[in-house]
Design a protein around this ligand. Sequence first.
Ligand code: KG4
Ligand code: ZN
Length: 362
Amino acid sequence: MTIPSNLHTVLALETSCDESAVAVMGIDSEKVHVHSNYISSQIDEHAQWGGVVPEIASRMHLEVLPFLVNKALEKSGKSFNEIDAIAATVAPGLTGSLLIGSVTGRTLSSLHGLPFLGIHHLEGHLASVLLAEHPPDLPYLVLLVSGGHTELIKVDINRKYSRLGRSHDDAAGEAFDKVARLLGLTYPGGPAIEKIAKSGNPKAFSLPKGRISNPQGGFYPYDFSFSGLKTAMRRQIETLKLKADILPVEDLAASFENVVAEVLVERSLRCALDQGLNRLILVGGVAANSCLRTMMSTEASNKSIDVYIAPKAFCTDNAAMIGAAALLRLSSGTNASSLQLGVSARWPLSQADSFYNEVPPF
Ligand code: KG4
Ligand code: ZN
């Protein structure tokens, strides 16, 4: 089904991991608006297990989603008659969690005779920068840093994606979560480390900036590795524990946060300069980190690169970014997704166009 490109109000659902979220989003003359945006975080439930428990996540999405849909519609002042399309994240993520949002979205779309758009979660993160006060023009380089991904993605003038760099092991957010656990801090680790690092010395410990060797010689310039850093942190903590009863948690957290930010900033700027791109976009849960936001802005301005960062509230998972991605798809004249489109735990961003094929990819 081809959808007219003048449609402009979307109900969006996001349930790929541990946040259940619903938003009503609109667009006029290319500016995206948030009519309503609700997130029900499951963090407290998962925190006692030190990470996300998929079975608990799916059950909680199922419990809260109908309630969130009602609240989001009510707050937006819109009824289903005024909604032009329903969007839901369909990949990547936890399969059971994705299914709850996708089945809810497809059911609403069928009940109300509205087109359904399956959205790639990372395309949602990329679209979160449209919610900044001054969204960037194309082309640009994106640093996407979340709990599952650390990627450098070039977005060309036709909004086509090419991945130029990635982590070969842990994602940056995953490293924050694992190191927080080593330091005895709560889940999710990013905000906990950021908070305690504020009273620490970022130069207290010298930590490695993981690199990936190129078999042809040297290193891959835009790739990342965080598992060596995590091991270095574990060793440092073990050594310190042998020497004293009290760990300098503030200094350890500040040194870790600082080296992660340095690595992300250095490789992103090098990639942008090499590619001749003077716009750099920072999105994903880790983009909420103030140390990273400040370091990226300062270092980029020294190299005449403009930095665009998603507002903090839209860095971690939310449905407004999924709605923004759907609005972009609609304004470029997309087909609706088939109601047979399922969900996928993994799917490359570069193949997100296939979600709008008559015969769905999964
Ligand atoms: O984008 P997101 O909400 O979910 C995924 O798609 O993965 O990112 C969650 C990740 C978690 O690993 C969390 O620890 C990290 O983002 N995070 C942060 C901050 N807030 C969230 N990392 C560093 N500093 C923060 N302030
Ligand atoms: Zn995410």
